[in-house]
Design a protein around this ligand. Sequence first.
Ligand SMILES: *Cc1c(COP(=O)(O)O)cnc(C)c1O
Length: 452
Amino acid sequence: MTTLDSQQLTTGGPTLPQEIRVLTEVPGPRSRALAARRSAAVSAAVGSSMPFYAAAAGGGVVVDVDGNSYADLGSGIAVTTVGNSAPGVVDAVTEQVRSFTHTCFMITPYDSYVELAERLAALTPGDFAKKTALFTSGAEAVENAVKIARAHTGRQAVVVFDHAYHGRTNLTMAMTAKVVPYKNGFGPFAPEVYRAPLSYPFRDGLDGPAAAARAIAVIEKQVGAANLAAVVIEPIQGEGGFVVPAPGFLPALAAWAKENGVVFVADEVQTGIARTGAWFASEHEGVEPDLVTIAKGVAGGLPLSAVTGRAELMDAPVPGGLGGTYGGNPVATAAALATLETVERDGLLQRARQVEILLLRRLHALAARDARLGDVRGRGAMVAVELVRPGTTEPDAALAKRVATEAAQRGVIVLTCGTDGNVLRFLPPLSAPDALLEQAFDVLDAVFADAR
Ligand SMILES: *Cc1c(COP(=O)(O)O)cnc(C)c1O
């Protein structure tokens, strides 16, 4: 058996062999020992999808404490887009921690925060003056986008959509659709949050303009544009099931927001930073959001988030109105600058489009021989399959769970999502080699064949 002190377990990063290697039962003995300690020490309310404990990760694999190597089709929920312990990120972080780890930007500012703001202004869609504020989590970015929209408009209401996921803080719980596990027992929730119907082509059969008209009618009747500060939407939904709205839905909504003085916020926490084959998913439909929320993939695994948007909006709150002790921490900003550089240097927008072709080819092939795969959808390295009872749109969450569990046993990390829990989502790191992805799908083919 591979030992813990072997090279691949002490270094991590892209030097790890890019292979699926299952040496023990899963979870192995070391993971089981940790699980026993965990159950006594860690809140049972904090879950983990995988039963094994990480020792190292890089390229497209995660290696566990028992020496098993898994193909990673989840990237820690779309975070390690440039790869785990990507060399540029490791170097930038190492250099920064030797200089200083924290001053608080609100006390003593530093240049990497300013440079990152400049970079995000250039990369987000729209050729207009933009500014940025940095935070730590995705939910915090979403909350701050709402604060900015309210300060700018003097209005209070916020519209979100069916199946939306925006986070777990009080305001973002109100904005998130799914009650269990995200909201159950945690109310009362923030007021002035309203939900509109989404475009969900597999389930509603509407084209984009028709779905937008339906949503706008609900908003006008139940909220009123004059009361509405912001429309907040994921250009492709994340936790909600990787729902890709029908073409034309997002542009129609953005146009309506513009006509009515409503701030259009694209929550690109999951879709941003090369994940969909563009810097931001809004670009696929030519949408220029007033504000963009950014997190997950932006800093190579370090906690960092941002709101980037129209300068006049970003300046609307009173001076000192935005911030936070750790917002734009210098280690995280150094990691983010290195992440953006890695995307450019390694051609990762292009790579995401190649990964899309591979994922769609494998999933369509599987769907052609297995009617339980009802809908294959997504963009770039953000692709999903919705599992249903054959010939219907009735969700099959049990199958999704069974496939994810069995895939882990055979060395592949696959995540589920969707309001009904019946969607398998694929978001590999863009550093994962094709051969590893093909192997992972060979495993999934076998898992589906066996799950009869
Ligand atoms: C993950 C996610 C969030 C919340 O981010 P956290 O960092 O977990 O707070 C918000 N919006 C979207 C679209 C997300 O995918």
